[in-house]
Design a protein around this ligand. Structure first.
Ligand code: UD1
Ligand code: CA
Length: 454
């Protein structure tokens, strides 16, 4: 049967004390509602209706998808009222799955199980909690059949002792939803239209209500405060780091590796403590990442070692390279196999051929280096004249002496050699030695200054 999804995301989130709409707060580097959409999309729904309210424009700007439909709930009058706003967009011959935008850890496998359990009747996802405070309780008959959900504020003392709660996740044949929702009233303690009030209507028609108990209550935990957000962030990190270790990653401490994006690892990679991966990161086989490194949207080839305290962004590093410690690879850095970037080196839009080395204290920006180039300590490519950027080009086997200044646009051809301390402004032809520095003068009989007597 076709599946429609409704995601409730109109809540104000005032307890976050934030200008950002609640569902845009991130878990694992990705907005909470995007996690919910991804879990829903795994079930291939024909459409996803997002019920938005407060800060809706910001949410619409941040979240995209071909199958997304937006429905506004201007005033928050309860979950039943929220789903009412989505009704005009739903297909009567479908099953509707209702989710919350602020419950980011829900798994698609759980949703699939619930949707399969719905069929021609509603199915509710429940959870057993040692402390059910605040949740709607699941009231059952003596024989254990589902009867209704009672909200905390409407419950009698005996109902408050029930540990089985409504998670809010519900699958309903859409034609039933269309018939029942308009009949839901708001004569209750909160004056709200409660979505679970449709369930007794199904029972009255002789239909049963199936329930599925979630195995891990973290899956259905919502976020109302930044403390809860941090708790779910840790749970999410534990979950995905475990997935990566199952895929073969070794890490010094799973709790000190953070993944804010998508990481793919080969065989026998090792990640030391306090490493952060952001965006799409791909590691080949036998890659080692030493402590305190940030790897953002980069690809690292097999056998390469990223030494401690390195910062990579939009970089592609080949195989058997060594980077850092204290290296900064900025966007557009493309390093071939067996390259070396040493400490306190910054690269940007720098392409290095196989075996080339920039070992110490250099800036290599807007540069094309051939193979087996050796760039000495303290070399700077002067790529910017204050208005425009220019390229420095080096052929194979070029040697740049320490503390050289290469004023772009400039080319050092194959086998070119630059003497230490040179300022290079003109082409160095193939095999030439360029020396561009003041000639040394030695002055004999020189007397050192002496301290004046006071
Ligand atoms: C609801 C359930 C309760 C369940 C609990 C699980 C009802 C009446 N109660 O509680 O049984 O145990 O969830 O967390 O359904 N929302 C809107 N518009 C509204 C109201 C809510 O979009 O008018 C959204 C919120 O943004 C949130 C979700 O619906 O994502 C749940 O709202 P919340 O106020 O947290 O839950 P309760 O209604 O208190
Ligand atoms: Ca509420």
């Amino acid at each position: 049967m076709t599946l429609n999804v409704v995601i409730l995301a109109a809540g104000q989130g005032s307890r976050m004390r934030s200008d950002l709409p609640k569902v845009l707060h991130s878990v694992g580097g990705c907005p909470m509602v995007a996690h919910v959409i991804a879990a829903a999309n795994a079930l291939e729904p024909s459409k996803i209706v997002i019920v938005y309210g407060h800060g809706g424009d910001l949410v619409k700007q941040a979240i995209h998808g071909d199958n997304l439909i937006w429905a506004e709930q201007a005033e928050q009058k309860g979950t039943g009222h929220a789903v009412m706003q989505a009704l005009p967009h739903l297909d009567s011959a479908s099953t509707t799955l209702i989710l919350y935008g602020d419950v980011p850890l829900i798994k698609s496998s759980t949703l699939a199980e619930l949707a399969a359990s719905a069929g021609d009747r509603p199915a509710l996802l429940t959870a057993l909690l040692s402390d059910p405070t605040g949740y709607g309780r699941v009231v059952r008959s003596v024989s254990g059949e589902f009867e209704r959900v009672v909200e905390q504020k409407d419950a009698c003392p005996q109902e408050l002792t029930i540990n089985e709660v409504n998670t809010g996740v519900l699958a309903v044949p859409t034609d039933l939803l269309m018939r029942y929702l308009p009949q839901v009233g708001n004569s209750n303690a909160q004056g709200e239209y409660y979505l679970p009030d449709i369930l007794p209507m199904a029972l009255q028609e002789g239909l049963s209500v199936n329930t599925v108990a979630v195995s891990d209550a973290l899956e259905t935990e919502g976020v109302n405060t930044k403390v809860q957000l941090a708790k779910l962030e840790r749970a999410y990190q534990a979950r995905i780091v475990e997935d990566l270790m199952s895929a073969g990653l070794s890490c010094a401490d799973p709790a000190r590796l953070d993944i804010r994006g998508k990481v793919t690892v080969g065989r026998d990679c090792f990640v030391d403590v306090n490493v952060v991966f952001e965006g799409d990161v791909v590691l080949g086989d036998n890659v080692v990442i030493e402590p305190n490194s940030l790897i953002r949207s980069s690809t690292i080839g097999s056998g390469t070692r990223i030494c401690a305290m390195s910062h990579l962004e939009d970089a592609v590093v080949g195989e058997n390279a060594t980077i850092g410690p204290f290296a900064r690879l900025r966007p557009g850095t493309r390093l071939a196999n067996k390259t070396k970037i040493g400490n306190f080196v910054e690269t940007k839009k720098a392409v290095l051929g196989e075996g080339s080395k920039v070992n110490h204290l250099s800036y290599i920006g807007d540069a094309q280096l051939g193979a087996n180039v050796n760039v000495g300590a303290g070399t700077i490519t002067c790529n910017y004249d204050g208005a425009n950027k220019f390229v420095t080009t080096m052929g194979d086997n070029v040697f740049i002496g320490s503390n050289s200044t290469l004023v772009a646009p400039v080319e050092i051809e194959t086998d070119g050699f630059v003497g230490a301390g040179s300022v290079v402004t003109k082409t160095v032809n193939q095999g030439e030695l360029a020396i561009g520095r003041a000639k040394q003068r030695n002055i004999s009989g020189w007397k050192r200054p002496v301290k004046e007597a006071k």
